[in-house]
Design a protein around this ligand. Structure first.
Ligand code: ADP
Ligand code: MG
Length: 269
């Protein structure tokens, strides 16, 4: 892929607590570990991706809010993390007011797309990303629409629990709407099953249902429920840094390989 043209993927699901942020952090870290240059864009006012990567709230002078409101270029909101080749544009609570503040400003859905495009135009050494991962908030609001309008594809984390499929059709409908109005190139990269517990019959049933419903869109790699994954953010570290040898780290490395593999297949078709 030519320098300056990253693949832009959104982690989206309007349900909270399904593993969007965990996947943004750890897929981003795994991609960086295998040589990709990755930017995570935190679009959730909660800022969990930023906190989970050890970015102190007090150091977020410039955030994705400033970028989307039009007061700063994306480059200014970007900071390096402790992981080589992994950068993040942090968020703050201000983001929750963005939708109201922008009102019906023309082009309000393209703020992020344009900010990322401007980043590429002046790509300096170290900012020529190969992947941009956008961590969406748990709703189908203007922030998520901005993410979808800016993305090549979306990656949907689904938690292996009883209501996993509930809401998926609404999400797919939104993707369809964005495709027909804002971004004809948007596709579904894949569905990643998270918090899988093989000892739990319900988990196994959910996997069977989702695979039947979504077929090959579901990644082979499933992210197991793993306590190390849930402990890592409180240390401000990705699980791959906190405990490289745990099953959670292993799963995210496998997922990164599969994501890259799918990219190659897309390019040869
Ligand atoms: P979302 O961003 O979709 O709201 P999060 O990624 O924040 O979801 O995950 C919700 C909670 O579940 C967090 O406390 C996180 O640490 C935990 N969690 C996520 N994935 C796993 C996993 N595979 N195993 C154990 N805990 C997990
Ligand atoms: Mg989140």
């Amino acid at each position: 892929m030519p320098a300056g043209h990253p693949r832009i993927l959104s982690l989206a699901n309007q349900k909270g607590g399904v593993g969007k942020t965990t996947t943004a952090i750890n897929l981003g870290t795994a991609l960086a570990a295998i040589g990709e240059r990755v930017l995570i864009v935190d679009l959730d006012p909660q800022g969990n991706a930023s906190t989970g990567l050890g970015i102190d709230r007090r150091s977020r002078n410039c955030s994705t809010y400033d970028v989307l409101i039009g007061e700063a270029p994306l480059r200014e909101a970007v900071v390096a993390t402790a992981v080589p080749r992994l950068h993040i544009a942090s968020s703050t609570m201000d983001l929750s007011g963005l939708e109201l503040e922008l009102g019906s400003t023309p082009g309000r859905a393209f703020r992020l797309r344009d900010a990322i495009a401007a980043l590429n135009q002046n790509a300096e050494a170290g900012s020529d990303y190969t992947y941009v991962l956008i961590d969406c908030p748990p709703s189908l609001n203007l922030l998520t629409v901005n993410a979808m309008a800016a993305s090549d594809a979306i990656l949907v984390p689904l938690q292996c629990e009883f209501f996993a499929l509930e809401g998926l059709s609404q999400l797919l409908q939104t993707v369809e709407q964005v495709r027909s109005t804002l971004n004809p190139n948007l596709s579904i990269h894949g569905i990643v099953l998270t918090m899988f517990d093989s000892r739990n019959n319900l988990s196994n049933q959910v996997v069977a249902d989702v695979r039947q419903f979504m077929g090959s869109k579901v990644y082979n790699t499933m992210i197991p429920r793993n306590v190390r994954i849930s402990e890592a953010p409180s240390y401000g570290k990705p699980v791959l840094v906190y405990d490289l040898k745990c099953v959670g780290s292993d799963a995210y490395l496998k997922l990164a390989t599969e994501v890259i593999q799918r990219e190659r297949e897309l390019k040869t078709h």
